[in-house]
Design a protein around this ligand. Structure first.
Ligand code: PLP
Length: 377
């Protein structure tokens, strides 16, 4: 079956009690049991909820995974995955992950005896050299936020598996429509459903997809033990969102390419970060690994003053953190999403004071471009 058919039908069976075509919001904390030990598979709503279960089947199917678990946020999904490693284990992580991931690893989990090394995973030699005897996991994000560096998922998977380590990919920026990490050997895929999967900027959520049965049982155990579950209402919203994921991603991709091309030719823009541009250092890899380039574009204005002018003069694009919704958002990574990353590290990554990021929405692209054009001049 094709992607859209799976998106619309996986997990979306008519309700067994009423025949409702849309999966109902089962807003309940508990379920009546017919007798001792006699129930319909639902006992308590932290453990099981039919609306969440429908979403879990849906996104797992979109990632080509056997198992899926929905969490209260992208961060709680990532935290649950890190519960697969223990004190004394070592994790290799991309040096340009989402700021919140860096914060969770370096400021929280490092206190529990888990060792982290942050390396530029776009150069496979850095990954190879970072392995230690106790390395149990490699965590990559591709393309990265906001400078859009691409990592070769197949190469990372081969090296990690040769060392007996799991590979985790944060697929938030691409969504399963534009990138299928498991087809390259990745073991676990995580998402902030807050972004493209929900797609309408009206819910916070996270997701873990995986194939290994033992790891899956542990993630399920962690989900129930810690309780950072996605609510029935949010599960409903994301399930509604994924039905249109294919058409939305096609539109984000089309608009993203047009905006990147416009910016690349604009005299006031110094540099554009977009894997779809032939000048991007991993353009060929992105073409091979992705089914498109998506809607995330970053560009360098050269100074804070110039970046500020653009950020404060846009009218259609909204100045806000986050991404992946139908509306175009514009942001300043150095002071917004990446404020928790130390300055020296930001400079090294290219997250300068002059860098501006756009989450290109699915409005009419002429309107997005003319808005950026007036703000740039
Ligand atoms: C937003 C984001 C997260 C965190 O997700 P939340 O839903 O905000 O907790 C993780 N990774 C990436 C790439 C993100 O963009």
């Amino acid at each position: 079956m094709g992607f859209s058919t799976i998106a619309i039908h996986a997990g979306n069976e008519p309700d067994s009690a009423t025949g409702a075509v849309s999966v109902p919001i089962y807003q309940t904390s508990t379920y009546a049991q017919e007798g001792l030990g006699l129930h319909k598979g639902f006992e308590y709503a932290r453990t099981q909820n039919p609306t969440r279960l429908a979403l879990e089947k849906n996104i797992a199917a979109l990632e080509g995974a056997k198992y899926g678990y929905a969490f209260a946020s992208g961060m709680s999904a990532i935290d649950a995955v890190l519960k697969l490693v223990k004190a004394g284990d070592h994790v290799i992580c991309g040096d340009n992950t989402y700021g919140g991931t860096y914060r969770l690893f370096s400021k929280v989990l490092a206190n529990y005896g888990i060792e982290f090394d942050f390396v530029d995973t776009s150069d496979i030699l850095n990954v190879e050299n970072a392995f230690k005897v106790n390395t149990k996991m490699v965590f990559v994000e591709t393309p990265t936020n906001p400078v859009m560096t691409v990592t070769d998922l197949q190469a990372v998977s081969e090296i990690a598996h040769a060392h007996g380590a799991r590979v985790v990919c944060d697929n938030t920026f691409m969504s399963p429509y534009l990138q299928q990490p498991m087809s390259f050997g990745v073991d676990i895929v995580v998402h902030s459903t807050t972004k493209y999967l929900n797609g309408h900027s009206d819910s916070i959520g996270g997701f873990v997809s995986l194939n290994d049965e033992e790891d899956s049982e542990w993630i399920k155990f962690v989900q129930n033990s810690i309780g950072a579950i996605l609510s029935p209402f949010d599960s409903f919203l994301v399930l509604r969102g994924t039905k249109t994921l294919a058409v939305r991603m096609q539109a984000h991709d089309k608009n993203g390419r047009a905006v990147a091309n416009f910016l690349a030719e604009h005299p006031n823009v110094q540099k554009v970060y977009y894997p779809g541009l032939p000048a991007h250092p991993q353009h060929e890899l992105a073409k091979r690994q992705q089914n498109g380039f998506g809607g995330m574009v970053a560009f360098e204005m050269g100074s804070l003053e110039k970046a500020k002018k653009v950020l404060e003069n846009v009218k259609l694009c909204t100045l806000a953190e986050s991404l992946g919704g139908v509306e175009s958002l514009i942001s300043h990574p150095a002071t917004m999403t990446h404020a928790s990353v130390p300055t020296e590290k930001r400079d090294k990554l290219g997250i300068t004071d002059g860098l501006v990021r756009v989450s290109v929405g699915i409005e009419d692209v002429e309107d997005i471009i003319s808005d950026l054009d007036q703000a740039l001049s």
